[in-house]
Design a protein around this ligand. Structure first.
Ligand SMILES: *[C@@H]1O[C@H](CO)[C@@H](O)[C@H](O)[C@H]1NC(C)=O
Ligand SMILES: *[C@@H]1O[C@H](CO)[C@@H](O)[C@H](O)[C@H]1NC(C)=O
Ligand SMILES: *[C@@H]1O[C@H](CO)[C@@H](O)[C@H](O)[C@H]1NC(C)=O
Ligand SMILES: *[C@@H]1O[C@H](CO)[C@@H](O)[C@H](O)[C@H]1NC(C)=O
Length: 576
């Protein structure tokens, strides 16, 4: 009897804790929403309060100019920010945004045409990650290219285009938006199978986030093209979308139940990259489809648990949290940037994935536990077994209410470490939760708004993730290529050989181990002919390996060539 009473008291306390959390999270959402919206708008030129000097429609990443200096415009961040504004505009939530959106369109069309270190508009320049806020090229060294930008920018513009078509404005879509969108989508089609720096600008390999958003952009791009009679691009986009979907599956690590975020980099691969990909490719009509890693798919839920758990022991602000409680999360556990702290946008992304999942379960009237997602669900009910639970069952109610409160727990952490003025920096300290790194990060505000919208039941538009079939064999794709002959005058001693490596897959992506062996048929000229992507700026270096495998790189800077559109090309270099 005593035991039973204690249990009841305990359950009541737990319940009142959950209710209290839910209402305080609700209060935070209400107070923080307008602050996040205002913070986001303050970072857009020309009249944003914190973005003076930015051209109209240009989004600054943050007003911070030292440690770190983020007063630049990134294609990725800007596109994610404007996707939020376009969704608010097209849903009718804020009809005042149209002229700002039109300014964004103009600004991005200028950036597309701005020749930069990645190339010109036709030779790879669309992969350039960041520009100065006056729309000139940023010419310093950087992790380039980053091939998610064109995909995300086209996704934002396609959302606007679809609204304009629904409202009878085909002219603007065909004459103004489509030429911009097509440049980006053609770039995605021809370059998805090339290496890229990841969204954190650190690792050059293949990246789940980039692959996932590229897949989405080609699917919805092909649908838009069909609607406006641009049929010539449709089959090319569809073919490569199928190839990308096939490649996307390869990031899944079945034995450990998570998505490996990058193919290179030498880390665990546990990374918010994967959670962000799931929420930014959420398609409510696709249910819990695992091929597109929908938020409620077994793979994405298993991945979410592995990702969250990787932060439990490494941030001291998480100490003492129960093993199934919400905790602060950051980009990836090995992160050392600015001392390696939790990020607001990463913590909010966990909540958003869970809210998205709850929305789909609610609309389909059931949830499914599989052997893949079992560990995720057993956090909330240790005895739950694989099966499909209809919304009328107590298992469904137990799980969904625990998951709702788990999700709210991440928002509660976000709230706890947000200062009283509601401003959102990039990071909060892993030791005491104080805001750190860049102040007023535009993406932090955008992420708060999408997380809050998901909590409020907002369902984004479908982009075509439903009913896709993964091809049984994956095809690689190099786009159009040209044969390039490299000749280098390099004197060597017995046992030494000259190799070539560089910025594209065909040059083994800067790998000294996999670099291509050249032949000394015309010594001291070493030569090799390689098929390389046409119309592309390619960086490369020669390396010397001696008999014991020691590698000597040529001195800086990297060499570069711009490949022609067709035909062949020969470059004649001297070892530096
Ligand atoms: C290509 O190399 C030349 C000569 O080193 C350099 O001036 C130029 O900036 C390089 N271009 C790119 C896009 O790296
Ligand atoms: C179509 O949309 C563009 C962009 O907002 C606008 O400038 C133009 O006036 C619209 N055209 C019509 C006919 O409404
Ligand atoms: C290119 O695609 C093939 C087939 O999916 C894949 O094995 C390879 O890793 C991809 N490479 C890059 C750099 O995307
Ligand atoms: C390299 O030399 C060959 C002939 O030896 C010449 O045809 C080619 O134009 C040269 N390439 C460049 C980039 O000058």
């Amino acid at each position: 009897m005593l035991k039973m009473r204690n249990l009841l008291v305990c359950a009541a306390a737990l319940l009142s804790g959950v209710v209290a959390q839910s209402s305080s999270v609700g209060a935070y959402v209400s107070s923080e929403s307008p602050i996040a919206k205002a913070g986001l708008l303050a970072n857009i030129g020309p009249s944003g309060a914190k973005s003076s000097g930015a051209k109209p429609g240009v989004v600054i990443a943050s007003p911070s100019t030292v440690n770190p200096d983020y007063l630049y415009t990134w294609v990725r961040d800007s596109s994610l920010v404007f996707k939020v504004l376009i969704d608010q505009f097209t849903s009718g939530a804020d009809t005042s945004l149209r002229s700002l959106i039109d300014e964004f369109v103009t600004a991005e069309s200028v950036l597309q045409q701005t020749t930069n270190p990645s190339g010109s508009v036709t030779t790879g320049g669309l992969g350039e990650p960041k520009f100065n806020i006056d729309e000139s090229a940023f010419t310093g060294s950087w992790g380039r290219p980053q091939r998610d930008g064109p995909a995300l920018r086209s996704t934002a513009m396609i959302a606007y285009a679809n609204w304009l078509l629904d409202n009878g404005n085909t002219t603007f879509v065909s004459n103004t938006l489509w030429p911009i969108i097509q440049l980006d989508l053609d770039y995605v089609r021809d370059n998805w199978n090339q290496s890229t720096f990841d969204l954190w600008e650190e690792i050059s390999s293949s990246s789940f986030w980039t692959t996932a958003v590229q897949h989405r952009s080609l699917r919805e791009g092909s649908t838009l093209a069909t609607k406006i009679g641009q049929s010539s691009v449709v089959s090319g986009y569809n073919t490569q979308a199928d190839n990308i979907l096939c490649f996307l599956q390869s990031y899944w690590n079945p034995s450990q139940g998570y998505i490996t975020a990058n193919t290179g980099g030498g880390r665990s691969g546990k990374d918010s990259n994967t959670v962000l990909a799931s929420i930014h490719t959420f398609d409510p009509s696709a249910g819990c489809d695992a091929n597109t890693f929908q938020p409620c798919s077994d793979k994405a839920l298993s991945n979410l648990k592995v990702y969250v758990d990787s932060f439990r022991s490494i941030y001291s602000i998480n100490s003492g949290a129960a093993s199934n409680a919400a905790v602060a999360t950051g980009r990836y556990p090995e992160d050392v940037y600015q001392n390696g702290n939790p990020w607001y946008l990463c913590t909010m992304a966990v909540a958003e994935q869970l809210y998205d999942a709850l929305l789909v379960w609610s609309s389909q009237g059931s949830l499914e536990v599989t052997s893949t997602s079992l560990a995720f669900f057993q956090q909330f009910s240790s005895g739950v077994q694989p099966g499909t639970y209809a919304s009328s069952t107590s298992t469904y109610t137990t799980l969904t209410s625990a998951i709702q409160s788990f999700a709210d727990g991440f928002v509660a952490i976000h709230a706890e470490y947000t200062p009283s003025d509601g401003s959102l920096a990039e990071q909060y300290s892993k030791t005491d939760g104080t805001p750190t790194s860049a102040v007023d990060l535009t993406w932090s505000y955008a992420a708060a708004l999408t997380g809050f919208a998901a909590r409020g039941g907002n369902k984004p538009a479908s982009w075509g993730a439903s009913g896709l079939t993964v091809p049984s064999t994956c095809q690689s794709y190099s786009g159009p290529t040209v044969a390039v002959t490299f000749n280098v005058d390099a004197t060597t001693v017995e046992g030494e050989n000259i190799y070539l490596t560089g910025s594209v897959t065909a040059l083994e992506n800067w790998s000294p181990d996999d670099a291509l062996l050249m032949s000394p048929n015309n010594y001291p000229i070493w030569s090799i002919t390689v098929d390389l992507p046409a119309n592309t700026v390619i960086q490369y270096k020669y390396i010397n390996k001696d008999g014991s495998g020691d590698v000597t790189w040529e001195s800086d800077p990297n060499n570069n060539i711009t490949t022609p559109a067709s035909g062949t090309y020969t470059t004649n270099d001297s070892w530096r």
